[in-house]
Design a protein around this ligand. Structure first.
Ligand SMILES: [Zn+2]
Length: 134
């Protein structure tokens, strides 16, 4: 068992619409708990694609960066269309569909636009929780 493994992580649903995931609640082994909202989590998606977008756009914009490089699985329009850039909406990108445990060290998050490459290690989640407390 890792020292910093959480006791539990659960998806928080929108109170008006339970098909929408608005964040996660983490209970740590010392019983502290934190809530991370989905917009924040998506903005800090640790996968290589999102990292690249963040570097290009400079982190800190008040929205999820980019969109063009997000999974084309969610793209409903033709690949040749220049509309591809806006093919997945902000609502889809920040709709947290599912959390999956990865090994015993991380979670993966499936987003409403089909994006699921981000592996959030418990250590990284801890950093994000510390970050929002500042
Ligand atoms: Zn990502």
């Amino acid at each position: 068992m890792l020292d910093n493994a959480p006791k539990s992580i659960r998806k928080i649903k929108d109170s008006q619409n339970d098909s929408i995931g608005i964040g996660i609640e983490i209970v740590w082994d010392n019983d502290n708990h934190n809530v991370l909202d989905s917009v924040f989590l998506r903005r800090h998606c640790p996968c290589a694609d999102c990292e690249e977008i963040r570097v290009k756009n400079k982190l800190g914009e008040d929205r999820v960066s980019g969109g063009a490089d997000f999974s084309d699985k969610a793209t409903k329009v033709s690949n040749t269309s220049s509309l591809r850039v806006v093919a997945s909406s902000f609502e889809q990108q920040t709709n947290l569909i599912e959390i999956k445990l990865v090994g015993n060290y991380a979670i993966a998050i499936l987003w409403g636009d089909g994006h699921k490459n981000g592996i959030y290690s418990f250590e990284y989640l801890r950093e994000l929780c510390d970050y929002i407390k500042i």
